[in-house]
Design a protein around this ligand. Structure first.
Ligand code: NAP
Length: 472
């Protein structure tokens, strides 16, 4: 039941107990510990010392280590999936999907590791540089501080650790206090795979203490995935280092009348809106449907949403699990209530059952309501009819967030217009904004963050290019 945390190659049980409980029925999943100051200091010092070794690792050793980690995750596939289902309350089918992604993430990091190309620069474009040639090469930036959220306790941790290893950085990870045990199991796999001693620590600190670390000059890079509220505050403190922020959103999908494959589109939009109870940064929250097909869409969509089965995350037949905390379920309830008081109509759902919030579809919501303007991060979607495609683009852009958008159209002209004009990090034509594979550059604009993840991009964000000029 006790899960020691990982400090630079050693397992430690020192500190105040942190009980990790399943959101479903509040069962105890396990206990870990809050590392005391002294231990945190030791981890920081060791990360600094280990960087001298990690920065010098040849590519083939990093590649082999990353491949061994991918195999280690594969070998423990079921343990990971069960642990995710227990501590995060994620339905087991989705938890298995997350494990598959993590295996892919480490495999891809192993591949990208050998593709960290620089450039050759013909500098002699003017007399001053005659006879000179330049080269750039990527060097690891230094020790990294990584902070991750609860909703993908394995894969979002993998998105920090895999690029750090590939880049040659040492790293201290602070996982979510709701879901630290999955990160600790991953640390075990990495340890067994033979990572350099000292190159990794996983410290289940509380959020506020992580904020204190952000300002430390020992770290050369802070990479954060989580809410916008925390992310932007953190960036203020990290003024002297590289920062990646992967934050939230209120993602939108546009369903245009020329899209004929209805069944599949509706199934995908239901998945995007309600998978893991909407606790996904690119969950579908706002749905814009061309008015010619709006009424038909509404009937079809609501029927499908009614068919979602709530239940035990460990059951293969569960579509909808609990919210991460009762407080989150109450927050979603209050946001929907506020929308209804302001004139929105509930077509299905709109109810809370303890820690479960029923999958909810709203019409008549508008700007100024939290369910439209803010990130709901719950199983709630709002439907809007539109007349012209331009209206839909304007409405999608009427948001302080910009992570990804989905656009269902067969008209290449409209698809290109969407690509040109939507203010987001990614436009997915023919699918939902929730589509992500880890090869993509992934990240947001506006309040949704800065920087990109996806192995190729995340590795570069953990490096600095260095220039070499050679004179004749
Ligand atoms: P959160 O409350 O912002 O927490 C994220 C992490 O930050 C946790 O480890 C948390 O620690 C820590 N934290 C909290 N307060 C802090 C502080 N003052 N200083 C430093 N760290 C602090 O987010 P969450 O509820 O776990 O996750 C949901 C959010 O993550 C949503 O907004 C979602 O959109 C976003 N997200 C974004 C992406 C993406 O790739 N763009 C992916 C997944 C999730 P504690 O657990 O100890 O509080």
């Amino acid at each position: 039941m006790d899960h020691p945390y990982y400090v630079a190659g050693s397992w430690v049980s020192d500190g105040e107990v942190l009980e990790v409980r399943s959101p479903f029925r509040d069962n105890l999943v396990g206990r870990t510990f809050r590392p005391p100051e002294r231990v945190v200091e030791e981890a920081i010092q060791k990360a600094g010392a280990a960087f001298d070794e990690t920065r010098a690792l040849p590519t083939y050793r990093k590649t082999n280590l990353l491949k061994r980690i991918a195999s280690g995750v594969e070998e423990r596939r079921n343990s990971f999936a069960e642990l995710i289902a227990k501590e995060a309350g994620k339905p087991i089918r989705l938890a298995h999907g997350e494990v598959n992604r993590a295996i892919r993430t480490f495999t891809e990091a192993a591949e990208e590791c050998s593709r960290l190309y620089g450039e050759i620069l013909p500098l002699d474009v003017g007399e001053a540089a005659e006879g000179k040639v330049g080269f750039t090469r990527y060097f690891p930036v230094g020790p990294v501080l990584a902070i991750t959220p609860f909703n993908f306790p394995l894969n979002l941790v993998a998105h920090k650790l895999a690029p750090a290893i590939a880049a040659g950085c040492s790293v201290i990870l602070k996982p979510s206090s709701e879901t630290p045990l999955t990160a600790l199991l991953l640390a075990k796999v990495i340890d067994e795979a033979g990572a350099l001693r000292g190159s990794l620590s996983v410290l289940p600190l509380e959020g506020g203490r992580a904020m204190e670390l952000v300002g430390r000059t020992d770290f050369k890079k802070v990479t954060f995935t989580g809410s916008a509220a925390v992310g932007w505050r953190l960036k203020e403190r990290a003024w002297d280092k590289k920062v990646t922020l992967e934050l939230g959103g209120n993602a939108a999908v546009i369903l245009h009348s020329d899209w004929s494959e209805w069944d599949r589109a509706v199934d995908r939009i239901v998945f995007g809106g309600y998978a893991y109870s909407g606790q996904v940064c690119i969950s579908v929250q706002r749905i814009f449907v061309q008015e010619e097909i709006y009424n038909r869409f509404v009937d079809f969509f609501v029927e499908k949403v009614k068919g979602l089965r709530a239940g035990d995350p460990l059951s293969e037949s569960t579509d909808i699990g609990p919210m991460i905390t009762a407080g989150e379920a109450s927050r979603v309830e209050s946001w929907v209530d506020e929308a209804v008081e302001g004139g929105a109509r509930v077509l299905v759902g709109g109810k809370r059952d303890g820690i479960f919030y029923h999958p909810t579809v709203l019409t008549g919501a508008r700007s100024g309501m939290k369910v439209v303007d803010e990130e709901v991060f719950g199983p709630v979607t709002a439907l809007f009819p539109y007349q012209h495609f331009e209206d839909a683009i304007r409405a999608v852009n009427d948001s302080k967030f910009g992570l990804q958008a989905g656009v269902y159209t067969r008209d290449m002209r409209l698809a290109r217009k969407a690509f040109q004009e939507l203010e987001v990090g990614g436009v997915i034509v023919g699918d939902i904004p929730t589509f992500r594979v880890d090869r993509m550059p992934y990240g947001g604009v506006k309040n949704s963050g800065i920087g990109r993840e996806g192995l190729r991009y995340a590795i570069r964000e953990m490096c600095e290019p260095r220039l070499l000029v050679l004179a004749q």
